[in-house]
Design a protein around this ligand. Structure first.
Ligand code: ATP
Length: 237
């Protein structure tokens, strides 16, 4: 369910990599808002700027011009985001030497949560993604889909208000990918977080309530007002 609380607000946010003749404008001034409870898919061809926009929303990249703010997450600065924004990456992202529970609890430990508490919250999050039986395994013992469920648990353990998933199904077969989207949709609802997910796969994009499109660094079809976005299938043209 969406609300009018704005978690992320991009105002003409642009990101250029490199300088001079070698400069690449990954994102031209993008303006958009993500509200509490939103479930948004960002689609677009390879190199169209989806990951870069997601990284701007996560505070992992700074805009080279324009502004990104997180009014519903404590303000304008990236420092306020710790624990409130979780990112699920496309590829393998688990630490090989740590078991599944240690991986899922690592961000909490790094944030200063006592180890016993981090362990308990990691186990709870693994339960949410139906991976409690994997708790003692090492990443090398997991399938791609299992590893991605653990990566989702690692984000959920933080108790985030916003989950940003960058091609979370990109390295999985279609059926496993659909299952991972099921898990993401169910768990963000359960913990009350908003979800923004990038994907090449139209079948996956259809599963979310809203679809935004990127083309050559430009964000198309992203509502920029505080109004509720139109329901799926009724987008403005
Ligand atoms: N760190 C970087 N340094 C230089 N160029 C970059 C960097 N990150 C992205 N780019 C460039 O910015 C453009 C947009 O890349 P981005 O990864 O955001 O696109 P994408 O739509 O997510 O692509 P894909 O679907 O293949 O992941 C590309 O031309 C890419 O090469």
């Amino acid at each position: 369910m969406t609300s009018l609380e704005v978690l992320v607000h991009c105002q003409d946010a642009a990101r250029t990599f490199g300088q001079g003749a070698a400069a690449v404008v990954a994102v031209h001034g993008a303006s958009c808002r993500v509200h509490a409870g939103d479930r948004i898919a960002i689609t677009g061809p390879s190199g169209s700027g989806k990951s870069t926009l997601l990284h701007l929303m996560a505070g992992l990249e700074e805009p080279t011009s324009g502004r990104v703010a997180w009014p519903g997450l404590g303000g304008a600065g990236r420092d306020a985001l710790a624990g409130q924004v979780g990112v699920v990456f496309q590829g393998p992202s688990l630490i090989p030497a740590l078991d599944v529970t240690e991986n899922a609890g690592l961000p909490l430990v790094l944030a200063g949560v006592p180890e016993a508490q981090a362990h308990r919250r990691a186990l709870e999050a693994l339960g949410l993604v139906d991976a409690a039986d994997l708790a003692d395994k090492l990443p090398e013992e997991l399938s791609g889909g299992q590893a991605q469920r653990v990566a989702i648990a690692r984000v959920l353990a933080l108790g985030p208000r916003l989950v940003l998933a960058d091609e979370p199904t990109g390295q999985l077969d279609r059926a496993t990918g659909q299952h991972i989207v099921d898990v993401l949709l169910a768990t963000v609802s359960e913990v009350g977080a908003a979800l923004v997910l990038t994907t090449h796969d139209p079948a996956i994009a259809q599963r979310l309530d809203e679809r935004w499109t990127m083309h050559e660094g430009r964000l198309l079809a992203a509502p920029t007002t505080d109004q509720h976005p139109p329901a799926a299938g009724q987008e403005e043209t």
